[in-house]
Design a binder for this molecule. Structure first.
Ligand SMILES: Nc1ncnc2c1ncn2[C@@H]1O[C@H](COP(=O)(O)OP(=O)(O)OP(=O)(O)O)[C@@H](O)[C@H]1O
Ligand SMILES: [Mg+2]
Length: 234
């Protein structure tokens, strides 16, 4: 579905990523782990057309995404939930969800999708008229996920979806990811909570200093001694 090949990119100054390779197949959950500043978020931003690419390619099906502006990348069915709480605080839950579908013309279909998001996240339905800034952290994360689903993405990019959430809520977020995957959307995520993220992932990558360090099936990385020592606190 998506193939990042020898990607070297940054923000105009020195490059942050150096010959990075990542692939995602349809129906997969893939997780990138690594220390702070390794360039994990920069990979997601590169897919979304938000970095300066020096060389390498990002192929999405038959197209090279590096030639497209972000607006067209969204139209291809790629959705990005950035790091940190990314709700519109002064809008209600429902308004936030509707914002997710702003580029879509057929408002009848949008109503149907809204209904489906509410089925996935019953708590958001209960709180649909509540201002988003008054929601708990976990609920806000659900709004971010729900809003991304309003675009019916084929590929969802999630930057640290579990950050700052209580353990029980973290599990809930990953369970939602599993449901999203089951409904046919592939997920590429970045996570600090490496143990749980890898348990839920088909495959994972370890990134260090902007370079690929290790990769493998989620459960193999969980058993990997180096990964255990560096990232899983073993
Ligand atoms: N907009 C930007 N302009 C310039 N440099 C940036 C920008 N965003 C990130 N960087 C730099 O790129 C490097 C990698 O940052 P990135 O956010 O990709 O790391 P990360 O692996 O996601 O880290 P964290 O785990 O802390 O979120 C850092 O040195 C950071 O300072
Ligand atoms: Mg980051």
């Amino acid at each position: 579905m998506l193939t990042i090949k020898n990607l070297t990119a940054g923000y105009g100054g020195p490059n942050i990523l150096h010959d990075v390779n990542v692939t995602i197949r349809e129906g997969e959950i893939v997780t990138i782990i690594g220390p702070n500043g390794a360039g994990k978020s920069t990979i997601l931003k590169s897919i979304f057309g938000m970095t300066k690419i020096e060389h390498g390619s990002i192929r999405y099906f038959e197209e090279n995404l590096t030639a497209l502006p972000t607006s067209e990348i969204i139209e291809r069915g790629i959705c990005f939930v950035p790091q940190g709480r990314s709700v519109f605080p002064s809008l209600t839950v429902e308004e936030n969800l509707e914002m997710g579908a702003f580029i879509r013309k057929d408002k009848k279909v949008v109503r149907k999708d809204l209904h489906e998001v509410y089925e996935k996240f019953p708590k958001l339905y209960e709180r649909r008229h509540q201002l988003s800034k008054t929601l708990s952290g976990g609920e806000q994360q659900m709004v971010s996920l729900g809003r991304a689903l309003m675009l019916q993405p084929r590929l969802l990019l999630l930057d640290e979806p579990s950050i700052g959430l209580a353990p029980q809520i973290v599990t809930e977020v990953f369970e939602k990811c599993r449901q999203i995957k089951a409904a046919g959307t592939a997920i590429l995520m970045v996570e600090q909570n490496a143990t749980l993220a890898l348990e839920y992932s088909d495959r994972g990558y370890v990134l260090e200093l902007g370079r690929n360090r290790l990769e493998g099936a989620g459960k193999d990385l969980l058993q990997n001694k180096q990964v255990g020592e560096l990232y899983l606190g073993k």
